[in-house]
Design a protein around this ligand. Structure first.
Ligand code: SF4
Length: 194
């Protein structure tokens, strides 16, 4: 990653590295992603394999956590029934911001083999929670999961933490003025009909 490569740069001599605080934060966040221990169906077996010694997910800085309150992301690995969708939403919302989600396999992406006749299956987890990385396949190979982890790291390392706060503040202001305008319109309409 950039931080370690910078040590080889002769301009940044004597261990001094010039950079943005935002990059440093993002580097730390991207390389220490903790995930919630959670699995749903057959895809979860592949997810377990990624965590075993052969694929060694921890070398990417991904550590399993038993509580959503200590996790950074959740992996939706398997068929999502309508009954389970509600629980997944609760678990996702218990992860502190900024939080992320990976959708693993066709079932989680779109309902998979249950698309047409699975009356009890949700047709895509993104109908319930926002997804950052989708992994295709039925089931996807562990290597595909590792690729998704790298994609998530890439996404996190490019995030604009400080500008995001400004943007959210601007969006809040816009929303407030829109609600105010809507309220005024409503009062005007009511007054017209009195
Ligand atoms: S995508 Fe395939 S392997 Fe994964 S949960 Fe669905 S049916 Fe099972």
């Amino acid at each position: 990653m950039g931080l370690l490569n910078a040590l080889d740069n002769p301009i940044n001599a004597d261990g001094i590295i010039l950079g943005k605080v935002e990059d440093l934060f993002n580097w730390g966040r991207a390389k220490s992603n903790w995930f919630l221990q959670f699995g749903l169906a057959c895809c979860a077996i592949e997810f377990m394999a990624v965590n075993a010694s052969h694929f060694d997910l921890m070398r990417f800085g991904n550590i399993p956590r038993s509580s959503p309150r200590q996790a950074d992301y959740i992996v939706i690995s398997g068929t999502v029934t309508l009954k389970m969708a509600e629980r997944i939403k609760i678990l996702f919302e218990q992860i502190p911001e900024p939080r992320y989600a990976i959708s693993m396999g066709s079932c989680a992406n779109s309902g998979g083999p249950y698309w047409q006749h699975g009356y009890n299956v949700l047709k895509g987890i993104d109908r319930v929670i926002p997804i950052d990385v989708y992994i295709p396949g039925c089931p996807p190979r562990p290597e595909a999961f590792e690729q998704a982890v790298l994609k998530l790291q890439e996404k996190i390392s490019m995030e604009e933490i400080f500008k995001k706060r400004e943007r959210v503040a601007q969006e809040d202001k816009m929303l407030e003025s829109m609600l105010k305008a809507e309220e005024n319109n409503f009062i005007e309409n009511v007054n017209k009909h009195i």
